[in-house]
Design a protein around this ligand. Structure first.
Ligand code: C2O
Ligand code: CU
Ligand code: CU
Length: 464
């Protein structure tokens, strides 16, 4: 199968375009009404070949976030596509079913361009399907709602504004960009007509830095069926769920008992964010972004029950059997990563900032090994830490104090299942179990707050 992705001509929006050359028509669906790239649907086990044309005035890359692919097609900063160039990448889809995404991973001489390029439109959804998941007969077609959450700031003739200089931009660089309005799939939040039956909501946080606290407006529990790396073993009910940048959640909601005419809103509920993170305490009226500080409450989508067609497919109690948790023993080696921020030096991991493909001895791992990676957050900001090329299990969290202001999120962290991005709260140490399977070579790990990533909170590691 072959899919072409072309970033659009430079304007206030940069777009991916895709052209299907071979394969089922359902592989690519364009998002014509938005700046988002096309949604790509793949089957586990298939091979995909993609031509990427760079029509931008600067280097770019395309990273397949969350997919287990060889280092050379991982879309890393070391493999830029120059302006006017075309790159062809091919890989076999090895991952189990799940919601993934793709986005720019460019890094120029002056620093990272991930924040800017993804903000300008270089991002889109990638769905992997497999037999195990299809066999569960979860809500599909129009009963499966895909939601990409992004905040943006507009100016004048609907131009996107990103870090436009001044004090506000300095703040944004430190805490991460926060837009002044919410977009869902590239458009303002809308009302969707639904029927009295179950729905599946697959949500990506495609924002540069904003953290969402997803909840239902009638305070019913939120049912989680999957995370970054696909379905959980069993569904879980939570009062609300936290979705950090780059993370995905698979949610299920049953509207069979809803009255026709009634509405239900998916909201991002309010929470207290720390001073340094543009929370209502620190951000409001101080520097920039007075209109939608971190931790504001807003509606993401309204479901209006307009139809009373029931289908009776119940949610299976057992969702996933195929992939068992990574076995960990007392002998499993632990590798520690200290996350730090110093005013003049910026963000660092174990005291080191992004330095191209330079890899420290402590960043070399053995192919086939299982390790525990522990991220220790010594900053007053949360960091969504992401590891390329694999899915991990979250096996522990310890709070070491210093997490002031963020306690309103702790009940909504989804730690079971498979993840490629984990939120590490201020003052917290989080342990992840991971296995470096199949592919050797260079990969990266970084904070997925895109401004942190672009400003040094990213490193290469080597599988050898
Ligand atoms: Cu979406 Cu390097 O990440
Ligand atoms: Cu990634
Ligand atoms: Cu960070």
């Amino acid at each position: 199968d072959s899919v072409s992705i072309l970033p659009g001509t430079p304007s206030e929006v940069w777009r991916y375009r895709a052209e299907l050359l071979k394969g089922p028509e359902s592989t690519v669906s364009e998002n014509p009404d938005s700046y988002l790239g096309p949604t790509i649907r793949l089957r586990r086990g298939q091979t995909v070949k993609i031509h990427i044309h760079n029509e931008l005035p600067e280097d770019t890359t395309v990273h397949w976030h969350g997919l287990h692919v060889p280092s050379d097609v991982d879309g890393q900063p070391r493999l830029p596509i120059r302006p006017g160039e075309m790159m062809t990448v091919g890989f076999e889809v090895l991952d189990r079913a799940g919601l993934f995404w793709y986005h720019s991973h460019a890094h120029g001489e002056q620093g990272g361009r991930v924040g800017f390029q993804s903000y300008a439109g270089l991002a889109g959804l990638l769905i992997v399907e497999d037999d195990e998941e299809l066999g569960l007969r979860l809500p599909a077609g129009s009963d499966e709602l895909l939601l990409v959450l992004q905040d943006r700031t507009f100016e004048g003739a609907n131009e996107l504004v990103y870090l436009d200089g001044g004090m506000g931009a300095m703040m944004d660089r430190m805490r991460g960009f926060l837009g002044d309005r919410m977009l869902v799939n590239g458009t303002p939040p809308t009302t969707r007509n639904v029927a009295t039956r179950p729905y599946r909501l697959r949500v990506l946080n495609g924002s540069n830095a904003r953290i969402y606290k997803l909840a239902w407006s009638d305070e019913r529990p939120i049912t989680v069926i999957g995370a970054d790396g696909g379905l959980l073993q069993q569904p879980e009910n939570k009062p609300y769920v936290v979705l950090a940048p780059a993370q995905r959640l698979d949610l299920w909601v049953d509207l069979s008992d809803s009255r026709p005419g009634s509405t239900l809103e998916l909201v991002s509920d309010s929470y207290e964010a720390g001073m340094m993170s543009g929370g209502m305490m620190g951000g409001m009226g101080m520097m920039g972004n007075a209109t939608l500080p971190a931790g504001s409450r807003f509606t993401l989508m309204t479901l209006e029950v307009t139809d009373s067609t029931n289908t009776t497919e119940p949610l299976p109690a057992e969702l996933a059997r195929a992939r068992k948790k990574i076995p960990v023993t007392d002998a499993t080696p632990v590798r520690q990563f200290e996350l730090s921020h110093a005013m003049m030096r910026g963000f660092a991991i174990n005291g080191r900032r992004f330095a191209g493909t330079t890899v420290a001895d402590s960043e070399k791992v053995r192919l086939g090994d299982t390790e525990i990676w522990e991220f220790r957050n010594n900053t007053p900001m949360p960091h969504p830490m992401h590891v390329h090329g694999l899915q991990f299990n979250v096996i522990g969290r310890e709070t070491r104090g210093n997490g002031r202001g963020w306690s309103g999120l702790t009940q909504g962290l989804v730690d079971s299942g498979w993840h490629d991005t984990v939120l590490v709260m201020p003052g917290e140490a989080v342990q992840l179990a991971m296995t470096f399977e199949r592919f050797d070579g260079l990969y990266i790990y970084h904070c997925h707050n895109m401004e942190h990533e672009d400003n040094g909170m990213m490193r290469y590691f080597q599988v050898q």
